[in-house]
Design a protein around this ligand. Sequence first.
Ligand code: NAD
Ligand code: IPM
Ligand code: MN
Length: 375
Amino acid sequence: MLRVAVIPGDGIGPEVTKEALRVLDVASREDSISIEFEELPLGAAHHLKTGEVISDETIERLGEKDAVLLGALGDPRVKPGVLEKGILLRLRFHFDQYVNLRPVLLYDGIPSALSGDGRRIAMRFVRENTEDFYVGLGARVGKGISKSELVLKRKAYEAKFDIGVDLKDVEDLAYQIGVVTSYGARRVLDYAFELAKAKHSDIVTSVDKANVLTEIYGLWREEVVKASERHGIMSEFQYVDAVALHMVRNPERFKVLVTPNLFGDILTDLGAALQGGLGFAPSGNINPEGVSMFEPVHGSAPDIAGLGLANPVGAILSAALMLDTLGHSDSAARIEKAVQDVLRAGKHKTPDIGGTTSTSNMGDAIVENLKKTSC
Ligand code: NAD
Ligand code: IPM
Ligand code: MN
């Protein structure tokens, strides 16, 4: 029995999650996997009604699950960051989901933002998910002398920063710290090199900006060299700005890319454009020894929420990634094939790629294909 918590969340989150759950329902029944779902009403509505973002009890409850399936968080009525940092990042950090796996696969029948037929875009981003500029350490200070004590607490380590600022001549200054540890880099790099081995790639591309952020990405690079030796697989260093260029000019050259947190966030939205749009992009926040959380790459898309316009494919593929991570790779592959079949046939297209198929009709088509192929 798998225990899965479901957080539909905000905006289009509930719409796309509903379709992912329907697909999971059929796939798990066909493959005799029993899944017990518990839905948790977290997000803007809950926050606006109760003032609470997420309680310690809820986090404890999530800790008893095998996985979490999430739609999206963020709402124009709530200050940016309250829900995104308060729920999404809190869960990624609390459950130490240090790998953010984001496959960028262009399926047949889907128009990439790039021109050219028959493109074979198949790259996998392994984004570090607990460090870098996401650690949330920073402050805003005014003129004169000020002091801040900032604390970074992780399961395996703790770091205290005492920062004094003596600000002259301007009124306001804000700073935010990026952190890389050898421990944090090593474990995500190990995952990336293992993935490269599994995908028969002989090279891992490491993305950084070591020519400017010399301290944090200098340490990152040292760990890349060691990981490459440990795993007997080559590595190459690419600056993030050049990766953006190559992703557009020649995305076929990339197979497995490993990135610090912030660059991984940005490049995977670019990756989503290459695979047809944000509606097609799945992701997993993975702790191989703990509770992992699966969600589409996109956000709550308030501009199209509630209209049946959202593409549910990213959410459905995230559910497949969940099954795969939980050891049900055959079932995951069947979902992925159903998605591919429906997309290739071209009869069902959501509005993001110029069609008129609604969110639920896209879910119907994938569910029907799944039923047909498994009987
Ligand atoms: P977004 O990903 O929500 O939307 C960007 C654009 O892509 C919009 O035009 C939207 O309509 C479109 N889009 C996104 N998903 C789509 C889908 N499934 N089908 C069709 N079109 C889709 O990004 P944003 O507008 O920058 O952010 C909106 C809110 O979501 C913000 O509050 C942001 O903080 C939050 N956010 C949350 C997550 C998450 O929960 N993982 C991720 C990104 C952004
Ligand atoms: C994502 C999102 C999040 C991130 C935000 C909402 C915290 O953009 O999952 O890509 O930056 O990781
Ligand atoms: Mn993002």
